[in-house]
Structure formats: C-alpha cells, structure tokens
Design a protein. Structure first.
Length: 127
C-alpha cells in the first residue's frame, strides 16, 4: 500500500516539477511573459502538448515505482490528478481559456493510462 501511495505521489510531483520548469523556460525566453495579463494562444497550445507528455512521463514513473501494483497505482494517479485538475479548473476558470482546462482534464488520464507499460498486454487466455 505504501508503494502505491509513493508511486502516485512521485508521479504527480514529477509532472508538477516539469510543468513549473516549463513556465520558467517560457519566462526566460519570452520578454515580459510574467507581466502579460493575457497569455498568448501559442503558450496554451505548447502547454497542452508538454503537459500531456509530462503526464505520460509521470504515469510511467508511477508504474515503474509501483511494480506489481501498477494497475492500482496508475488508477490512483489518474483519480488524484483528476481531482486536483477539477479544483484547478474551477479556480482558474476566469483566467485561462476553457478549452485548455478541459483539454487537460481529458488528456491527463489518457496520457497516464497510455504510459503504463502493461496497458497494451492482452488478457491471458482462459479455458
């Protein structure tokens, strides 16, 4: 049980760190990024892609740490991430495009599930 909790937490923290680092890169590369009242469309498009990739990486990390409990851990990461995502969507509803928040809510569990190394295995043949 502790391995599952550690895997979920590690996967989610990894995603969070990568997202924050990406915002730091945006701030360093785009003059006046932090002072912008409305972020440009390309930011949200790039962030959607990178956040999805980071979610897959976090899901993979979660699966690797969980070992035999990979299914429970990735499901836990999906549920935990969606709960945090819904709260974030509600809090940011007026400051970010709605499509962006909804896209992240849809793409996060898909990316985590797709990153599970065992998600493509077929069920064993049963007589």
């Amino acid at each position: 049980m502790m391995r599952i909790a550690a895997a979920v937490l590690a996967g989610y923290v990894a995603v969070g760190i990568l997202v924050v680092l990406t915002d730091y890169i945006f701030a360093a590369v785009i003059p006046g990024f932090r002072a912008m009242t409305t972020l440009p469309l390309y930011y949200f498009l790039i962030a959607t892609i990178t956040d999805t990739l980071y979610s897959a990486a976090g899901g993979y990390l979660c699966a690797v740490i969980a070992r035999a409990a990979v299914r429970k851990a990735t499901l836990g990461l999906m549920i935990f991430g969606e709960i945090i995502g819904v709260v974030s969507t509600v809090l940011g509803w007026r400051i970010q495009p709605h499509w962006f928040a909804l896209a992240l809510l849809v793409l996060f569990p898909l990316a985590v599930y797709g990153s599970d190394p065992g998600c493509d295995r077929e069920a064993p043949n049963q007589p």
